[in-house]
Design a binder for this molecule. Structure first.
Ligand SMILES: [Fe+2]
Ligand SMILES: [Fe+2]
Length: 217
């Protein structure tokens, strides 16, 4: 059997391979004005996503019996709450009303599904959100920071210093959980399937996100 550590490394590589060229939310080749609009759209949707992350972690905490993993989650909840306020404040400073934004139904459905997964085994939940989801989020934030650097350096700095370091820690919670729990072939198969399920759903949300941003809806 593959050791848990080797398995986690291999699964991380599989997830990275899935995501190659699949984060379609931003277009690196777009004209600066279009790129800025795509970044703004990410921020509007991001306010919602951070708030739903707070709700999601709160819903999951009572269903994570493994104490050494459970005790990492209130800190994550706190971080997501702070991210919500940071992004909301930035949009207000830019003259937008963040509360007027209508979240994309596909993102709503994704979070509704994740909340409803609360009773699934810890290794499946954390494979989905912290391990697959948050690792991809870090990649997405790195892309956003690079593409915002010239058109909106203040927002790029906010993501670089106020959000990305926390998200890296959240992804590490996922790696830690899987390293602790994926110690049988059955557990490893369940974690792999959970990542696949999550990646497909997130990819669906990304495509819908971009289509709506292009329509400027
Ligand atoms: Fe966050
Ligand atoms: Fe996070």
């Amino acid at each position: 059997m593959t050791s848990a550590r080797d398995f986690v490394k291999a699964l991380g590589d599989e997830n990275a391979a899935f995501w190659a060229d699949r984060d379609v939310r931003l277009d690196a080749a777009a004209a600066p004005a279009v790129r800025l609009e795509q970044i703004r759209y990410r921020m509007r949707q991001g306010v919602y996503n951070e708030l739903r992350s707070v709700e999601l972690i709160a819903a999951w905490i009572p269903h994570v019996p493994e104490r050494e993993i459970r005790e990492l989650l209130p800190g994550q909840l706190d971080d997501e709450h702070r991210h919500y306020h940071l992004l909301r404040r930035r949009l207000l400073d830019l003259g937008e009303d963040p509360d007027a934004y209508r979240p994309l139904p596909e993102w709503e459905a994704l979070f509704d599904w994740l909340v409803a997964c609360r009773a699934r085994p810890t290794l499946e939940k954390l494979a989905m959100f912290q391990f697959a989801g948050e690792t991809q989020s870090c990649e997405g934030f790195e892309t956003l920071i690079a593409l915002a650097a010239d058109v909106d350096p203040e927002t790029a700095a906010l993501y670089r210093t106020g959000i990305l370091p926390d998200e890296r820690r959240h992804a590490a919670i996922g790696r830690r959980a899987l390293t602790l729990l994926c110690d049988t072939p059955g557990a490893q198969a369940a974690a792999r399937a959970a990542c696949r399920e999550m990646n497909e759903r997130v990819f669906g949300a990304y495509r819908a996100h971009r289509a709506r941003a292009d329509r400027r809806a």
